[in-house]
Design a protein around this ligand. Sequence first.
Ligand code: KIV
Length: 264
Amino acid sequence: MKKVTTASLLAMKQNGEKITVITAYDASFAKLFDEQGIDAILIGDSLGMVLQGQDDTLPVSVDDIVYHTKSVRKGTQRAFVIADMPFMSYASAEQTYHNAGKLMAAGASMVKMEGGSWLADTIRGLNERGVPVCGHLGLTPQSVHVFGGFKVQGRSELQAEKMLEEALQLEQAGMQLLVLECVPTALAQKISRALSIPVIGIGAGADTDGQVLVMHDMLGISANYMPKFSKNYLAQCGDIRSAVTQYIKEVREGHFPDVEHSFN
Ligand code: KIV
């Protein structure tokens, strides 16, 4: 069994193989997803909503992510482990290095942060210090109050151009993976083709290099609501192991997401 690395994720993009990602927050689910062949596991700050029952991700702390990253790392043998940097934990360079160091020490192999070109220097600095970075553009939930709600991003020509430009700038700065959330399918396809690094979509259509889902959404057990772009694989398959296997299969074969689970 070969561990997934930044190099193998890049090779998957180059070979046209879809990358499968799911969130997990504990060792048991991480082990189950890992055994079924998921490529990467994200300890997302979505845990604020699906584990803690908060209205958004803003109350999540670095210590919360550290705790769950340690648990996920214990359950994971093969999959690549990515940990989210919570709201305001990367507002200054000093803070960023300190907090990213805590997440890497807890067992992450990459940290994820939300935002555009203002993160370029941060990404460069983290790379120089040995920390790979996953970016996150589109609907970045930590900015929900700036957006005025959880809304699809990049629908206007101006917004779309800016997102593409920022993605290219972040790649240039050293970003090694990008999550695109809730953007029109055509824009996600354009960004995925323009970048050399893998682009992972969530509510971004089927033309990205891979997909990520929040595990509670994929199982239809989220405390708050079911996003339009997610699919209840537990209802379809009847047990959790079969549900994740089906999700992996549909992503690899390009059958998920279909138009019903995407945006124009
Ligand atoms: O926090 C999270 O789980 C995420 C995914 C939705 C990509 O950022």
